[in-house]
Ligand binder design. Structure first.
Ligand code: NAP
Length: 334
């Protein structure tokens, strides 16, 4: 049985990666921190590995201890990352620097796996052209519009500069599903009878349901392909009104629709940043977030998923939202 190490295993996507790894017959090592919750990692077959990525030396110590016990990882999915940060520099430190420390340690301890999957993000490339409406393509020049995407791109640039390193880069668009906490806020808002929009321009969103994403990751691991990057969505596009329509239908709710003008959102973001800068923090609504909210084209090229891995999404938004909302209700979140 092959060993797989999944970092960020305690998080939303990580816990599904762990479940999928077990389903696929791997010996699964959940890479976590001392402080990580194990709430969603209850399966007794899971092995745990505490990793501190803050320096190369610390990761090396852990890897050397594994090597001494004859424990090697044939596969690694480096999924640990920050999508939100309290301080600007956290994005770079966690998403980029930690990735560099991890890979340096793997190389220096001669623990390089057969395949190393880096979970990046569509944000590393930024949105597509709003005028043409064309999807972001693999051949495009990356144009991240916020620090999060920039930090993922920096990590990608380091990874792709390595000689003979067996990387695969996966760049999902918005991922939703059980346990997820950001789209959940939208579901909760609709459930309370409010349907908010930001700005008057039409937005086209893309999504991938978490179970489809983790299935794709394991198809990619099992393929002979290395040193290639992929965008991941369910292949469909959804005007933001459709996202709301589907959610309302699934929740059986009527809503009051309202639009917050972009100018007002920007004002709040700028003011919040000024205040937070006094203690070096970053507010939830900041100018980065504003840039994301005002982008209208989140289409991305996904045809290579089908041609390289035979992947087609099993969930469209309607099916995924139904399953996610059923989970939120069962768990008492909604
Ligand atoms: N959710 C999306 O829509 C989306 C879209 C595209 C890409 N992604 C990428 O997918 C990955 C997982 O995201 P998610 O949505 O599952 O986020 P999440 O629920 O917040 O999980 C993040 C995971 O990363 C770990 N982590 C954070 N900082 C760390 C550090 N300094 N050292 C070690 N581990 C650390 C967390 O550990 P603790 O539990 O200890 O905090 C947690 O296990 C990220 O790399 C993210 O950029 C997410």
């Amino acid at each position: 049985m092959a060993n797989i190490l999944i970092t960020g295993a305690s998080g939303f996507i990580g816990s599904f990666l762990v479940e999928e790894g077990l389903k696929n017959g791997f010996q699964v090592y959940a890479g976590i921190r001392k402080s990580s919750s194990r709430q969603y990692l209850g399966d007794p077959r899971i092995h745990f590995l505490e990793l501190d990525f803050s320096t190369t030396a610390k990761v090396k110590d852990t890897l050397l201890a594994c090597r001494e016990k004859n424990l090697r990882f044939q596969y690694i999915v480096h999924n640990a990352g920050l999508t939100k940060a309290r301080k600007k520099e956290d994005f770079y430190n966690v998403n980029c620097l930690n990735t560099i420390h991890f890979i340096e340690a793997l190389v220096e301890t001669e623990m390089v796996p057969e395949k190393f999957v880096f979970i990046s993000s569509l944000a590393a490339y930024g949105p597509g052209n709003p005028e043409t409406g064309q999807p972001v393509r693999l051949a495009d020049e990356p144009r991240p519009i916020e620090l999060y995407g920039k930090s993922k791109l920096e990590a990608e640039r380091y990874i792709t500069s390595l000689k003979d390193f067996p990387w695969l880069i996966i760049r999902p668009t918005g991922v939703y599903g059980p346990k997820e906490k950001d789209y959940f806020i939208f579901f909760q808002t609709i459930n309370r009878g409010m349907e908010p929009y930001i700005g008057f321009r039409k937005q086209v969103l893309t999504f991938i349901y978490v179970r489809d994403l983790v299935r794709l990751v394991f198809l990619a691991l099992g393929s002979g392909i290395v040193r290639k990057a992929y965008f991941v969505s369910d292949g469909k596009e959804y005007p933001s009104e459709l996202f709301a329509e589907i959610t309302k239908r699934v929740l059986g709710r009527k809503t009051v629709r309202f639009t917050v003008p972009l100018g007002m959102v920007r004002m709040i973001a700028v003011a919040g940043e000024k205040v937070s800068s006094l203690w070096g923090g970053m507010p939830t609504l900041n100018t980065d977030k504003y840039n994301v909210l005002r982008s209208t084209n989140w289409r991305c090229e996904v045809e290579p998923l089908q041609s390289d891995f035979g992947f087609t999404a099993g969930y469209d938004l309607e099916k995924g939202v139904e399953e996610a909302i059923a989970w939120y209700k069962k768990e008492g979140w909604l």
